[in-house]
Design a protein around this ligand. Structure first.
Ligand code: FES
Ligand code: FES
Length: 162
């Protein structure tokens, strides 16, 4: 099927197998290998990208359903020579982990910054809790590091959080 989508600000017209995932489209057809295939089952977050500004696991999204969508991958977070504030904060706080999990963490964090309102751990559902360290941990819990090392990610995100 023929689809057209905007990827990192560039219009891309592609013919896809209706069974192809967005992750495979990005990596294998468009050469954008920042998003990683970890579990391919929606469990690790390594494949996280932004679809129309909202974070999503690209391994679970069908490419054909993305017709007309705007996709941002980790390659598209920076603007020319200017890093995304999260990328700068991750460097300053020594929050970068391996190349496998970090792209998903950055995209997930970028999406999270635009997601106000309560999460699964918020006690008072009538009040916006803000991105406290506890809320950041909960909202990043879909991005797993198989090494179990999550040093400094929360402090990096907290610096950029509104
Ligand atoms: S590869 Fe998509 S969630 Fe793990
Ligand atoms: S999976 Fe990337 S540092 Fe553990």
């Amino acid at each position: 099927m023929d689809i057209t989508l905007m990827v990192n600000g560039v219009s891309r017209a592609v013919t896809v197998d209706p069974r192809m995932s967005l992750l495979d489209l990005l990596r294998e057809r468009l050469g954008l290998i920042g998003a990683k295939k970890g579990c391919d089952h929606g469990q690790c977050g390594a494949c996280t990208v932004l679809i129309d500004g909202r974070r999503a696991n690209s391994c679970l999204a069908l490419a054909v359903a993305m017709d007309g969508s705007e996709i941002t991958t980790v390659e598209g977070l920076a603007h020319e020579d200017e890093l995304h504030p999260l990328q700068t904060a991750f460097m300053e706080h020594d929050a970068f982990q391996c190349g496998y999990c970090t792209p998903g963490q950055l995209c997930s964090a970028a999406g999270m910054l635009g997601e106000p309102g309560p999460s699964a751990i918020t006690d008072d559902l009538l009040t916006d809790p803000g991105l406290t360290p506890e809320e950041i941990r909960e909202r990043m819990s879909g991005n797993l590091c198989r090494c179990g090392a999550y040093v400094n990610i929360v402090s990096a995100i907290a610096e950029v959080a509104p």
